[in-house]
Design a protein around this ligand. Structure first.
Ligand code: GAL
Length: 678
């Protein structure tokens, strides 16, 4: 049973709190609660790595300290998101049951240590986790202070032990049934790798197979499935013990070890941990990446999500850990809320005195007082979020979507192909995203399995693998009037990385009106251009620079908008437009500079009458909105280096920030407008 209602009518504000590190210091809890109240903190995440304090010896449960802490916090108006502690285990568990320790790809078992390093298959580990989760659920299932379950922490990694190998073989057998089907799907005659039996299947290893691409892909799918299964068992233990509160698990930015879209289906709400590299390079780019991750996380379940972790100051694990400049804490929180988060949380509430994270930013630092810059900014942000409580009833509605697929990326990045020096995938996706945001659109970032029905514009950058019938849905989408922008190196392989026969982009050649006949890779630093022809309705004759990858395409009905500017392909089509059914499809044949996407999307938005949040977005500003009935809450955050001014509509009711729309760097203005898009 999925829970759709977020457990709060205000924005959750607070973060990871580790009283288990201070059990001999009762004065600290009292002091922290007082400071939290001052900072308008209303929620903490407890117990993430507290297993040893909860079960110091096997079967000996000590939950009283946790009960007391939760009760004291609640008396002060602070709710708890309670974690299951499976992310790190007590020593006794690994000592008594070595099978819980992970085995690496070289088949070497790890020693006890660190965190996030257990076997997801081990029946013992699953049993021990179920036991502690059951205890937690029995104790807190009816506690009004506990509003949500935080399942484990940042699931990730893989285990290659014998238990996992057996489970993988069963998984492969269930999927392919017949060993002949397996040999076809993984193309095993290449280098004589045919299997005679499923018993011969082994996970990829540098000591064995790394180049059997279908095996690699299915192994990664298995790891995701096994992790999801582990998580489902964690949740089942809570539910079987009667806990009804919603569940979440925290994801990481751009993490490729798991397919989060799959994992996200088994929790009630998505949450993620955001640690942008502010002030190291372009803050506008950091803001753009963060905005896109918010949209991606929201789109997994298309409902409110939680910003579960962010640092209130610097982190301690970037190569260079810079202090957040004044204003960034609040603007980052508002950016999350504007993109659909109903929670803006920190790691961590109080710095520990020792351990790896002792220098990680915290709301309360080693000094321990409220008279710090960070504490003041956190408190101010708390007041701002409290004043915006009404936005939690609203949701982000996007007319445009970008389709991204972790599995396609696994395949594309593992395939030896045109550019082993690095594919420009991440940058291309970001360039598309930035272009859509410059056009003042809300954007969903979708998995290929998700419906396209509600969108007017769908952008599909470098979708190397077509699976889940995406080509059929893109075809239907364009046919019924949608606008598609597809880029090079798309529709090349099927779900087990076998190349499509008969031409690419597979299944869409008539939709885009072109066939890609070859792909050229350019060395780093080498560029070519796309020359806008007289037919181009945007860009005023500008030549766009491209690099990295470029398709040679043959026209099959499409109209050429830009041609290549130089080299043997000079004069050949580089950007095309095709009418298909009631819709239009564009093919961008090369890895173009960002401004090409900006110009193209601005044009499409006007030409197709797609509703924008505001008519104009100044450079360096990101705009996002949430809607409720005929009201729209608009959030405009500036990451420009200079002051800029947002033009506010006449009827705007400013809820936060300067009422004239003036934005200093790292400031946000929030206003409410009647839903009447430009
Ligand atoms: C997260 C993790 C937290 C903490 C934080 C530090 O990835 O979930 O436990 O380690 O990083 O930034």
């Amino acid at each position: 049973m999925a829970i759709d209602r977020f457990p709060s009518s205000h924005i959750l504000y607070g973060g990871d709190y580790n009283p288990d590190q201070w059990l001999d210091r009762p004065d600290i809890l009292i002091k922290d609660i007082e400071l939290m109240r001052q900072a308008s903190i209303n929620t903490v995440t407890l117990g993430v790595f507290a297993w040893a304090a909860l079960e110091p010896l096997e079967g000996e449960f000590h939950l009283d300290w946790l009960q007391k802490t939760i009760a004291k916090l609640y008396q002060a108006g602070i709710c708890t998101i309670l974690a299951t502690p499976s992310g790190a285990r007590p020593r006794w568990l690994a000592e008594r049951y070595p099978e819980v320790l992970r085995v690496d790809e070289n088949r070497v078992r790890c020693l006890y240590g660190e965190r996030h390093n257990h076997c997801y298959t081990s029946p013992v580990y699953r049993g021990k986790v179920a036991a502690i989760n059951t205890r937690l659920a029995e104790t807190f299932k009816d506690d009004p202070a506990v509003i949500m379950w935080h399942i484990s922490n940042e699931y990730g990694g893989e285990c290659h032990c014998d238990l996992c190998q057996d489970a993988f073989r069963r998984w492969v057998k269930d999927k392919y049934v017949d060993v002949g089907a397996l040999n076809s799907a993984w193309w095993t005659p290449f280098w004589s790798h045919q299997y005679q039996s499923f018993d011969q299947v082994e996970s990829p290893s540098p000591r064995g197979d790394t180049g059997l691409l279908g095996l690699n892909l299915d192994w990664k799918r298995f790891v995701t499935e096994q992790t999801a299964d582990f998580m489902r068992k964690e949740i089942a233990a809570l539910r079987n013990a009667g806990a009804q509160q919603p569940t979440t698990t925290n994801f990481m930015e751009d993490y490729l070890g798991l397919n989060y879209y799959v994992l996200g289906q088994d929790v009630d709400f998505i949450s993620w941990d955001s640690y942008p590299r502010w002030h190291c390079g372009s803050d506008e780019t950091a803001a753009c990446k963060t905005a896109m991750q918010h949209d991606l996380m929201r789109s997994i379940r298309r409902k409110p999500f939680l910003l579960m972790e962010s640092s209130p100051a610097s982190v301690n694990w970037h190569e260079i850990s810079r202090l957040k400049r004044p204003g960034v804490v609040e603007t980052a929180a508002l950016q999350a809320v504007g993109h659909g988060a109903d929670a803006a949380m920190f790691f961590q509430m109080r710095q520990g005195r020792g351990g790896y994270e002792k220098f990680h930013g915290a709301v309360i630092d080693h000094y321990g007082g409220e008279d710090t810059r960070v504490f003041r900014e956190v408190s101010e942000t708390g007041r701002t979020l409290a004043s915006l409580a009404s936005v939690v009833q609203s949701e982000v509605k996007a007319p445009a979507a970008i389709v991204c697929d972790t599995e396609s990326r696994w395949a594309m990045e593992a395939a030896a192909g045109p550019r082993n020096a690095g594919l420009p995938y991440k940058d291309m996706v970001l360039n598309c995203y930035r272009g859509l945001k410059r056009a003042a659109l809300n954007v969903d970032v979708l998995n290929p399995q998700q419906s396209l029905d509600r969108y007017q514009l769908v952008v599909v950058p470098m979708l190397y693998m077509f699976q889940h019938g995406i080509e059929e849905r893109l075809r239907a989408f364009v046919h019924s009037g949608g606008t598609l922008v597809l880029t090079c190196w798309s529709g090349i392989v099927n779900e087990t990385d076998l190349c499509f026969e008969g031409g690419t982009p597979h299944g869409l050649m008539d939709v885009v009106g072109v066939r890609s006949t070859e792909i050229d890779a350019l060395p780093d630093g080498v560029t070519n251009t796309m020359v806008a022809g007289p037919e181009v309705p945007f860009g005023h004759g500008r030549n766009y620079v491209w690099g990295n990858l470029g398709d040679i395409i043959e026209l099959r009905g499409a109209k050429t908008l830009c041609t290549y500017g130089a080299d043997f392909c000079a004069g050949m089509p580089a950007l095309t437009e095709n009418t298909f059914g009631a819709g239009t499809a564009y093919y961008v044949a090369a890895d173009a500079e960002p401004v090409l996407y900006e110009d193209l999307f601005q044009y499409i938005v006007q030409f197709k009458d797609i509703s924008r949040i505001v008519p104009h977005v100044p450079a360096g500003v990101y705009v996002t909105s949430r809607q409720y009935a005929n009201r729209e809450y608009v959030f405009a955050s500036s990451f420009a280096q200079e002051d800029v001014r947002m033009e506010l509509p006449d009827h705007a009711r400013v809820l936060h920030g300067d009422s004239s729309g003036l934005l200093h760097p790292y400031q946000t203005v929030v206003w409410e407008q009647t839903l009447h898009h430009t």
